[in-house]
Design a protein around this ligand. Structure first.
Ligand code: SF4
Ligand code: SF4
Length: 98
């Protein structure tokens, strides 16, 4: 009945496929930021922290926690009222050492 199916059920073959992990790279335009913290509060991965530094308008702005794992969900970009932050998706081999 299933002779036409070409999908492999061999676990060895499936394991041999290179796996990719989606990661996000966050871009922040610090001078557009008004320090509302929405991006920090809504990031599900807790990737963003508010800087102790100020921009030219006198607002604290977000920074990326170097240990954070951004998934490129772009919730930060959707919630930012000033279009000051967004994330881009990049794919990296899962074997990459952290
Ligand atoms: S893209 Fe998603 S996970 Fe990455 S910093 Fe923004 S809200 Fe957080
Ligand atoms: S949501 Fe936008 S304006 Fe608010 S702190 Fe984040 S980057 Fe700044």
């Amino acid at each position: 009945m299933n002779e036409g199916s070409e999908e492999s059920t061999d676990p060895g073959e499936q394991a041999a496929k290179p796996r990719k992990r989606t990661q996000g790279v966050v871009s922040i335009d610090t001078e557009r930021c008004k320090g509302c913290c929405y991006c920090v509060e809504f990031c599900p991965m807790h990737v963003l922290i508010m800087s102790s530094k100020f921009n030219a308008k006198g607002h604290h702005y977000p920074e990326v926690d170097p240990d954070g794992k951004c998934t490129a969900c772009d919730l930060c970009g959707m919630f930012c009222p000033d279009f000051a932050i967004h994330a881009q998706r990049v794919s990296k081999p899962d074997s990459t050492k952290e």
